[in-house]
Design a protein around this ligand. Structure first.
Ligand code: GYE
Length: 307
């Protein structure tokens, strides 16, 4: 082996892929599990990870992405806090020839070449699943069925789509009415606060709480119990994520159905990053497999739940 050859080979072996990941924040149990998944999968895959937490602010995510561009990372991945407003920074990444992968949340940009692929759940389908469960649950009830909705972060893909999926299913059945809808920003404190206000204003009129994630559902459960209501019994609770905390509440009879959304996207992301760097083709959309957990099956899956 010539000196030049040895040096070149050594260099190729040492050169680890560098991935810049701009996370939304740490707003929920889902998000914490997602962060752990990304970090540990990077380690397992031998990928150098640059990680940033945007504290649920788009401007912070944009700053992080710009810094990854400046550092000339190999790939940029991020979970967009909201759907709109990404074109300028993604154009910058494109001009710098840095491939971008979206994880978890979608953007609404018209130009599909601004990202290589999007890995994550189908939130619209999740919303439909929640809606279909409600239809089935109330099929022998004449109604009216009054729903209060705890929305996720305003403008985020899961909040937009979990709302739209519900509306799509119940729109043809006038007995279902969304009587109030407000954002609790995907946090426990937010869910509790909004539910306190709903309980004061609507009290016994409320039949269903449709919470866009478990953290808000858990906050709402606290608020309902403090207001003397019985979540899971006199108020039906529909939630999303199916985290350990959510499934525990379901097993305890306080969440009636938890629609699953998996945060364990790390391994799929690292595989995709490696393929992109190797010049392989990847599909433009990679959808995660998920299910629905009604109360009676929640207890069975709890022991094996990792997050
Ligand atoms: O449902 C919620 C988190 O984007 C799917 O974000 C994710 C959502 C998840 O804060 O708990």
């Amino acid at each position: 082996v010539t000196l030049v050859g040895a040096a070149a080979a050594g260099h190729a072996e040492d050169k680890k892929i560098v991935l810049g990941f701009a996370q939304v924040g740490a707003e929920s149990a889902w998000r914490t599990a997602n962060t752990v998944s990304v970090k540990s999968a990077a380690k397992d895959a031998g990928i150098t990870l640059k990680f940033s937490d945007a504290q649920q602010k788009q401007e912070n995510q944009i700053k992080a992405i710009r810094s990854y561009i400046a550092q000339k990372v190999d790939v940029i991945a991020f979970s967009p806090v909201v759907e709109s407003g990404w074109e300028p920074v993604l154009e910058e990444a494109k001009r710098a020839h840095i491939p971008v992968v979206l994880t978890d949340r979608m953007i609404d940009a018209k130009d599909p070449s601004l990202y290589v692929t999007m890995i994550g759940s189908d939130f619209l389908e999740e919303g439909r699943r929640g809606g279909r469960w409600l239809e089935e649950h109330y099929k022998d009830d004449k109604g009216p069925i009054n729903i209060v909705e705890l929305q996720g972060t305003v403008g985020s893909a899961p909040a937009n789509d979990r709302h739209a999926g519900l509306m799509e299913i119940i729109k043809n059945d006038p007995k279902f009415k969304v009587i109030a809808s407000q954002s609790g920003d995907f946090t426990l404190a937010g869910g509790k606060q909004v539910m306190e206000a709903f309980a004061k204003t609507y009290g016994k009129q409320i039949n269903v709480v449709y919470a866009h994630n478990d953290d808000m559902a858990l906050g709402a459960i606290q608020a309902m119990e403090e207001a003397g209501m019985k979540p899971g019994k006199d108020v039906t609770v529909v939630s999303f994520d199916a985290t350990k905390g959510g499934l525990q509440a379901a097993a305890a009879g306080k969440i009636n159905v938890d629609v699953e959304c998996s945060p364990l996207l790390g391994p799929q992301l690292m595989d995709t990053v490696k393929k992109i760097v190797a010049g392989e083709q990847v599909p433009h959309r990679i959808v995660t497999n998920e299910t629905v957990f009604p109360m009676n099956v929640a207890a069975q899956v709890l022991p094996t739940r990792k997050y």
